[in-house]
Design a protein around this ligand. Structure first.
Ligand code: IMP
Ligand code: MG
Length: 183
């Protein structure tokens, strides 16, 4: 897409293509918010964002959810600076919120192998929440690990390395308002 080629945010790095535009993301996040609002008729809802990749999605998504909720975050590290999953998942920062008895909506940027989610869900289940569901912006549908596939998915992702709207490569490109694949 020609607009991305002249994007001053890219530090000269070339994008292969824009996979999802800002308008597509905005429309889909609005739909996800409506689906999530309808899925939780009652009870306490805690939206738990997996940092750092979900930071933009969480901030846009919670404003599209029309029911009471609380927000907290977890930091989990899995990839380092590589474009392939290292296979090791570490909890770097734990949520402060009490989970017991609450509906937990884990928000993830992208599900690749599914290792990150299955590790986090195992840890969170021990805290006796009322329920745990996952909202993922993107799903590559490659996971062989997940007993618990995401209930809410923004887009089916192509099997390419994607950046933007929170997704990084070596901490760059998180601030792109669209989602693109790297050259
Ligand atoms: P999984 O544990 O293999 O499912 O990997 C999930 C995590 O890897 C995500 O939360 C992202 O941080 C990162 N990741 C996976 N695929 C991509 C990608 O295409 N672009 C950027 N980050 C990715
Ligand atoms: Mg990452």
């Amino acid at each position: 897409m020609s607009a991305s080629l002249v994007d001053p945010r890219l530090q000269g790095r070339a994008l292969k293509r824009v996979a999802f535009t800002t308008d597509q993301i905005r429309g889909r996040v609005r739909e996800l918010g409506a689906d999530i609002s309808a899925a939780y008729p009652d009870g306490d809802l805690l939206v738990l964002g997996l940092l750092k990749g979900s930071f933009i999605l969480v901030s846009d998504l919670v404003r599209e959810i029309s029911r009471p909720l609380q927000v907290d975050f977890l930091v989990v590290s899995s990839y380092g600076n590589d474009m392939v999953s290292s296979g090791t998942v570490r909890m770097v920062y734990d949520a402060q919120a009490v989970l017991k008895g609450k509906h937990i909506l884990l928000v993830e940027d992208i599900v690749d192998s599914g290792r990150t989610l299955s590790m986090v869900i195992t840890v969170l289940q021990e805290r006796e929440p009322a329920s745990i569901e996952v909202c993922a912006l993107l799903d590559k549908h490659l996971s062989t690990f997940l007993e618990h596939p995401p209930r809410f998915v923004g887009f089916d992702a192509p099997n390419e390395f994607l950046v933007g709207y929170g997704l990084d490569h070596a901490e760059n490109f998180r601030h792109l308002p669209y989602i693109a694949s790297l050259q």
